[in-house]
Design a protein around this ligand. Sequence first.
Ligand code: HEC
Ligand code: HEC
Length: 281
Amino acid sequence: MHRSQVIGLAALILATPSAYGQAGPGGRAAGQSPAAKRPPATKHAQSYSAAQIQAGESRFVSQCGFCHGRDAQGGESGPDLTRSPLVAEDMRGNKLGPLILSGRPAAGMPAFSLSSTDVAAIVAFIHDAKSKAESAGGGRRTVDAEDLLTGNAEAGKQYFNGAGGCAKCHSLDGSFATVGARFQGLALLQRMLYPRIRDRRAAAPQVVKVTTAAGSTVTGTLAYRDEFTISLVDADGWTRTFPAASIKFEVDDPLLAHSEQLGRYTDQDMHDVFAYLQSLK
Ligand code: HEC
Ligand code: HEC
């Protein structure tokens, strides 16, 4: 299976309601399946170029995807944007733009400082994601939990301890030894693919080390990062911004291994590791 298909599976999981708690900050009511309700329809037809949608996708995945899902259909803590009334009413960013720039910090939606070009690209991507979701029938896709039980736990154990490199970070001394008892089926697969730091607000800031073209190094805590720019706050409290293209940098991100792993899993490895984790009780 190719990487894009694996990501497709991962996106499917993100879009599956049973993988999530029922009442999230997105306001999903307990016990009520979001699949039961049709999403609000787009009020104003609008179209965007493929190039703009693609540019928006890469920005969305890096800045928004962690919370809203790579395909905007809901994720870690953010609601499904393809079902958002605000998105349905938006016309070329007139509602989305101000929201993205000011956020709703009290409700867990951060404010972003993005250029108008980036905002426009993200808006294009969100509308495209919404129209794709609508043409898929408006209902959420579902995954049969049985489909997940095709892996081989023994092969998964070998992958975990060997080629997958999982054992470097996860020992079976602690809570990981019972991960299969704590989470089942899609909830476990979602954790395995998109784990969360237990308390992200309390988590230590990410440390970044920049090596300039001239060879000097600056270390600090990561303040901002996209594909063009990286900013850090140095030991004296100054914010320093570098063009990403002309420097080298390493970010100490404890979950980086997991985002990189998404591109590495074959479908078989993923099912095998899943079967192994499910056996840890
Ligand atoms: C840290 C998690 C997080 C990130 C990152 C994040 N969001 Fe959100 N977002 C949320 C939460 C939580 C809400 C729900 C806020 C509320 O309940 O009012 C939300 C709400 C929204 C809404 C409003 C939906 C509605 O119907 O009211 C939009 C649109 C949105 N986010 C877009 C974005 C975009 C675009 C990005 C990236 C530039 C982004 N978000 C990044 C967490 C996040
Ligand atoms: C570089 C370190 C690192 C590597 C390598 C790594 N992980 Fe993780 N993993 C983490 C971190 C950090 C967390 C978040 C855990 C936390 O907050 O307790 C996590 C969380 C998880 C969780 C969720 C656990 C829970 O209790 O919620 C699962 C499942 C998981 N990883 C599976 C794997 C698998 C399978 C592999 C190998 C393919 C792997 N990890 C490789 C660092 C790593």
